[in-house]
Design a protein around this ligand. Structure first.
Ligand SMILES: Cc1ncc(COP(=O)(O)O)c(C=O)c1O
Length: 370
């Protein structure tokens, strides 16, 4: 059996006609930038995340950059984020001349550890970026309390957790702003690059829109030195077809995660994901942890099971971030996860028999290596 990591073919199969209709609709209108599809999707996504406003962007990195820029993050400003995240979280800060300040993650959730967050907050902290990594909401109560106490704003990185919640409130609606990605493999994926910023503060929404549209809210009138970071009509039209299915797809991911949990609970050599009782987890990724990570990944590959690592390096371990001058051991939990975590196949249309096969192969791997 072959078990791919992701199967977009199955996800899109039932939507073929609607996606083609969406394409035809845009082609007929001949408006490809700044039209009714983007307007419609922004309204629908804002409602979906219970935010007041949403502004479409070209991708998730640009969404993060625009959100931080709307808060005037610039040279000398510190922006706090977990050491265990995709590089885009840090790049957004660097693009504005700010300094990413890293915090280690909790071993239970792999998310920003609020206790350690306290140690790095200070007068130079302009913003905190909690990353709802793998699909689980961060402890937003504590993060909001600590950030608020030192006057720092919050920009959620919600690229992996659309539809998750903390204490019943959706990710993407906690921060001053939130940025998400619709990279094709995300829980809500476009058919290309796309992203969005959500906020409930009108002035921030307007600032994001202005900055992402050449610094202009009015044609040929430029209030600031902005960029072109807009969502386009085609991607918005495709996303409008897919958004109504997102809750159902998240539930299917949660069922698949529960199946993995049942199948793998008795495998002592691996740690399976844990969900905080105050959080919901939409399982963008299903990440297990084992010191035998590399050997297990090779074995599964030989068995036809595709796995990935999210992420093999922490932010400070990349050459691009040598300037932060961190040393091995500065973020022990994140560094261990970079060596030991393994993402198993996960998507809404993963079948029970595929999961049984993956689990059986994992068990067989550990049985032959006592
Ligand atoms: C946590 C996180 N932040 C930011 C991004 C950047 O999004 P994009 O690939 O759309 O630029 C991604 C996805 O790739 C991500 O997983």
């Amino acid at each position: 059996m072959r078990v791919p990591f992701l199967n977009l073919e199955r996800l899109h199969a039932g939507l073929d006609a609607e996606l083609k209709d969406a394409f035809s609709r845009v082609l007929e209108k001949q408006t490809f930038i700044k039209g009714s599809e983007v307007d419609g999707f922004e309204r629908e996504f804002a409602t979906w995340t219970t935010s007041q406003f949403a502004v479409g962007t070209s991708n998730g990195l640009d969404a993060l950059t625009l959100a931080l820029r709307a808060l005037n993050v610039g040279p000398g400003d510190e922006v706090v984020m977990p050491a265990n995240t995709f590089i885009a979280t840090a790049l957004a800060v660097s693009q504005l001349g700010g300094r990413p300040v890293l915090v280690d993650v909790s071993p239970d959730t792999a998310l920003m550890d609020p206790v350690k967050l306290q140690d790095v907050l200070g007068p130079s902290t302009k913003a905190v970026v909690p990353v709802h990594l793998y699909g689980q909401a961060c402890d937003m109560t504590t993060i909001a309390e600590l950030s608020g106490a030192c006057g720092a704003s919050i920009v959620e990185d919600n690229a992996q957790a659309q539809g998750a919640s903390w204490n019943g409130k959706f990710t993407g609606s906690w921060g001053d702003l939130s940025a998400t990605s619709f990279y094709p493999g995300k829980n809500l994926g476009a058919l290309g690059d796309a992203g969005i910023v959500t906020t409930s503060q009108r002035h921030l929404a307007e600032k994001v829109r202005e900055l992402g549209n050449y610094g202009s809210l009015e044609k040929y009138n430029h209030a600031s030195k902005g960029a072109n970071m807009r969502l386009d009509e085609l991607q918005a039209a495709f996303l409008r077809v897919k958004l109504p299915h997102l809750h159902r797809w998240n539930e299917m991911r949660q069922r698949a995660a529960a199946r993995y949990r049942d199948l793998l609970a008795d495998v002592e050599e691996i740690t399976i994901p844990w969900t905080d009782p105050q959080a919901t987890h939409v399982h963008h990724l299903y990440v297990v942890v084992t010191p035998k990570r590399d050997e297990l990944a090779s074995w599964l590959d030989a068995c036809g099971v595709s796995t990935l690592v999210h992420y093999p390096k922490c932010v400070h371990e990349h050459k691009a971030y040598q300037e932060l001058k961190h040393m091995a051991g500065n973020f022990p939990v994140s560094e261990r996860l970079a060596r030991q975590s393994l993402s198993l196949p996960m998507h809404p249309f993963l079948t029970s028999s595929e999961q049984e096969y993956v689990a059986e192969r994992i068990k067989r791997f550990f049985d032959r290596r006592p």
